[in-house]
Design a protein around this ligand. Structure first.
Ligand code: BV8
Length: 234
């Protein structure tokens, strides 16, 4: 453990799969049922906001029944027990890392339980259904609210902080992601440039699996607690 001074962890939909939240590209994944261009792009939202609100309202309701799993809890334990800095960067828009107690956390693709006004940029916590008629809690405008989510073609949040952390880390762990969405899929390259040790924990090899120095495969609720336990021993 004391060989790693700074750890960056990236998670994707696979870490929440065993909490009952769907992934995107697995069998029955979200992108097998919806066309991402229609529900996860600014153009799709402009063309049919009702369809996009329906897509996110269903996921927001789904989130109410989801609980953190052993993988989320192990990552929270790691942050609490590990002396050095552990930064958790998630592509996920669910709030299961927070519910598990993780605090040093960046939601690079935004958050399902938040909405943003396109008029005044105010971000509000929101766990109900959203519609075109929902007024902004700050400027009272209607027809301007959208999910506080990063869509394809938009710039992910906190990229400078993420690249800074990657340039300084000496351990990078990628968990539960297919490695098919940029810029998250390029984080392992940044970690390699920093001479960090790179680890992939996933159900099966991702698109970027050959870039990782160490790889463990299996369900996150098994391989993540095992890996964290080993980290806490050394
Ligand atoms: C940007 C919010 C510029 C929506 C999301 C052509 C080529 C390459 C790139 C591009 C291209 N054309 C356009 C691009 C860029 C584009 C992109 O990458 N497109 C892809 C489709 C090719 N990217 C963007 O537009 C991004 N913006 O590039 O801006 C920029 C760049 C750098 C710096 C500044 C500016 C914005 C992308 C954000 C899009 N929004 N989410 C929503 O959630 O509704 S992305 C979406 O995919 C989700 O966030 C998801 O998290 C993410 C990645 O998917 P995964 O999490 O990996 O999920 P997936 O289903 O794919 O995989 C699950 C994995 O889990 C699998 O490997 C599976 O084996 C594993 N698993 C399953 N069960 C388990 C498990 N593992 C363990 N245990 C289990 N039980």
């Amino acid at each position: 453990m004391n060989q790693y001074r700074r750890i960056v962890i990236l998670t994707g939909a696979g870490v929440s799969a065993e909490s009952g939240l769907g992934t995107f590209r697995d069998k029955n994944g979200l992108w097998t049922k919806y066309d991402l261009r229609e529900v996860a792009t600014p153009e799709g939202f402009a063309a049919n906001p009702h369809k996009v609100h329906e897509f996110y309202n269903a996921r927001r309701q789904n989130l109410k029944n989801a609980k953190p799993n052993a993988a989320h809890l192990a990552l929270s334990r790691l942050e609490k027990k590990h002396r050095s800095e552990v930064l958790l960067v998630t592509q996920n828009v669910d709030n299961l890392h927070e519910q598990a107690g993780s605090g040093n956390l960046i939601h690079m693709h935004g958050e399902l339980a938040k909405i943003r006004c396109q008029q005044c940029d105010h971000v509000s916590e929101w766990t109900n259904d959203l519609s075109v008629g929902t007024p902004c809690l700050a400027c009272a405008e209607t027809g301007t609210m959208r999910p506080h989510i990063v869509w394809f073609g938009e710039t992910p949040f906190d990229m400078n902080a993420i690249y800074e952390a990657l340039s300084l880390c000496n351990l990078f762990v990628s968990i539960g992601t297919s490695g098919s969405v940029y810029p998250a899929s390029g984080f392992v390259d940044e970690a390699l440039r920093a001479d960090a040790h790179t680890v992939e924990l996933n159900l099966e090899p991702s698109e970027g699996q050959s870039l990782f120095a160490e790889r463990h495969y299996g369900p996150a609720t098994k391989i993540v607690p095992d890996y964290v336990a080993r980290l806490l021993e050394i």
